[in-house]
Ligand binder design. Sequence first.
Ligand SMILES: [Zn+2]
Ligand SMILES: [Zn+2]
Length: 91
Amino acid sequence: MSVFKCPKCCKTTGGNEAFCTDCGQPLNIKCPACGETWRYMFVYNYCPACGHNMEPVDAEEKLKEELKEEQSTPSLELQLENLQNDEASQE
Ligand SMILES: [Zn+2]
Ligand SMILES: [Zn+2]
């Protein structure tokens, strides 16, 4: 029988939960390299599907950071800057 531990609060679960029953931490991790989703397990330092070296907790934080970077593109900032310049020149 496999034992799963919550990466956030370290509560031991039965291994069938998709989320930690104690703090709500998602226990399914998506590999940033191959996109495979698998159940979080402390013994998994590497993606079981492609062997990508990953630390599950950090990997999730990295995914969030990557999403943030994608949203704030330089072109969008330039567009906003141009809009502000147009408004200023009109007045
Ligand atoms: Zn937890
Ligand atoms: Zn993978």
